[in-house]
Write a protein that binds this ligand. Structure first.
Ligand code: FE2
Length: 205
């Protein structure tokens, strides 16, 4: 199993409107720091890494209430922005998430029609990188990984995957906005514990 779609209703428009209003204001004043994006991570490789931001501590009460009402097991709701303001396709390199074992994501904005999430075989656990006081996601060089599958996640869908398996995102243009959440399971545990929550299961290619 690589990822699943979850059988949960779309977030109501009045909540999305509220979030978009907040984001428009936030992005007006956001000045990215080095922790929000890099142009080069692997020395000689020139790739356009998107700017990113997890809005820790952000809360929208209506969203919290809605999420609790449709799936009380979901926790730690935050807003995750991936921004590409260049003309080149943007890329979020292969990484494992530092803050969660199971990713539960709601795709608010895809960041383009051909944005692809790729999943790789699990490899050794690289050390946590601390840079300027921040714990960074654990990055991998794609050349050392074996790709298992790729998928274009659609807008307004709920998706879930083991985020301690390396994954990356390709072809981001503009803004990709996710509501980033977690649950106290790994993917296998989730499928076993809450089978009714699973809409579609997807394995490798
Ligand atoms: Fe991730």
């Amino acid at each position: 199993m690589v990822h699943v779609e979850l059988n949960l209703p779309p977030i109501p428009n009045y909540i999305k409107d509220d979030i978009n209003k907040f984001l428009d204001e936030y992005l007006l004043t956001w000045s990215p720091t080095p922790n929000d994006g890099y142009r080069e991570v692997y020395g000689e490789d020139e790739i356009n890494i998107v700017k990113r931001k997890v809005l820790v501590g952000w809360e929208n009460k209506d969203l919290t209430n809605f999420v609790n009402s449709v799936c009380p097991q979901i926790k730690e709701i935050s807003l995750f922005l991936l921004i590409n303001d260049s003309d080149m396709p943007g890329f979020m390199p292969p990484h494992t998430d530092f803050n969660r074992e199971l990713a539960v994501n709601y795709i608010l904005e895809t960041g383009g029609d051909s944005v692809e999430t790729c999943f790789f075989e699990q490899v050794y656990d690289p050390p946590i990188i601390v840079k300027e006081g921040f714990i960074m996601p654990r990055y991998f060089n794609e050349k050392n990984l074996t790709k298992k599958s790729s998928v274009i996640f659609k807008k307004d869908t709920w998706v879930s995957f083991d985020s301690q398996n390396p994954h990356c995102v390709n072809n981001i243009s503009g803004k990709r906005i996710l509501i980033s959440m977690t649950m106290d399971y790994n993917l296998e545990g989730l499928i076993k514990a809450m089978p009714n929550l699973i809409k579609n299961e997807h394995t490798s290619f």
